[in-house]
Design a protein around this ligand. Structure first.
Ligand SMILES: C[S@@+](CC[C@H](N)C(=O)[O-])C[C@H]1O[C@@H](n2cnc3c(N)ncnc32)[C@H](O)[C@@H]1O
Length: 256
């Protein structure tokens, strides 16, 4: 079963913007606080997308450190390159987490994969590659959704399409905890889990609908069924202040 999702540039931008504008807690703040725990030198961002978190990494490594980002979507890498054109210690490459990484053993003291690792075709291979490119004492941070993430959107989708959450979406949303965590625990001796909660309040139902239309759930269901915007408005729980709760899991593993 292929669990990967082909990300589209405009849709990723819409979702990232909604999290920045409407969430009471931005995961970037968690990442920033994590980065501050100790000095950082070489950071890898696997599945970096359009470079959402690269600014934070560049701030923490300083001019003598380096940041590498990999993503399989050339358009997202191009957008990130344009955004950070002035950064001389940033390397961005089109590549897949399913292949051997183009880095030597023990290069990075910190590897991140934010909202991306659940796309891995073979998590054991990808986590093994991450460990290979990490220095001894280096840290790996994997962030993704839990099963409790965004339940309101699945309820909305069910009201709209009559279809409960589909099997692929269900597996994907819980893949970090159910499938990837045991692999990380197998490969690394020291793994810590942290649950992170956030709540998005969309001021108007049209803001919520815009977010919904930027999800895989919409693409797989309502879009294929040709459901109208008016039907989406009618299926909203309220006209103003539509709530979406997010529950995320961060796994932090240390290489011995
Ligand atoms: C939800 S986005 C997250 C982007 C970014 N990390 C962030 O937090 O904003 C998931 C990213 O994973 C990338 N991705 C999916 N499968 C991949 C693969 N096999 N190898 C590398 N990147 C992949 C997608 O192209 C997309 O940019």
């Amino acid at each position: 079963m292929d669990l990967s999702y082909k990300e589209k540039q405009d849709k990723l931008t819409i979702r990232i913007r909604a999290h920045k504008e409407f969430a009471n807690f931005d995961i970037a703040d968690w990442i920033d606080a994590f980065l501050q725990r100790k000095p950082r030198i070489n950071i890898l961002d696997l599945g970096c997308g359009n470079g959402n978190h690269l600014e934070l990494y560049l701030k923490h490594v300083g001019p003598n450190g380096s940041v590498c980002g990999i993503d399989r979507e050339a358009s997202l890498i191009a957008e990130a390159k344009a955004r950070y054109a002035a950064a001389t210690n940033l390397s961005l490459q089109v590549g897949s987490m399913d292949d051997r990484f183009p880095f030597e053993d023990g290069h990075f003291d910190l590897c991140f994969s934010n909202f991306a690792i659940y796309n891995a075709a073979d998590p054991r291979k990808t986590i093994g590659e991450l460990k290979r490119v990490m220095k001894p004492g280096g840290e790996l941070v994997l962030i993704g959704p839990t099963r409790n993430n965004a339940m309101e959107i699945y309820e909305f989708n069910e009201r709209l399409t009559g279809t409960a959450i589909d099997e692929i979406t269900l597996i994907r949303t819980d893949r970090l905890r159910c499938e990837i965590l045991p692999v990380v625990q197998d490969i690394f001796a020291n793994v810590v889990e942290e649950v992170i909660n956030s709540k998005l309040t969309f001021p108007d139902r049209d803001d919520f609908i815009e977010y919904f239309q930027a999800t895989m759930l919409y693409e797989e269901g309502a879009e294929k069924l040709g459901i109208s915007k008016d039907a989406m408005r009618a299926a909203c729980s309220s006209e103003k202040n539509v709530i979406l709760s997010k529950e995320m899991l961060a796994l932090v593993a240390v290489k011995e």
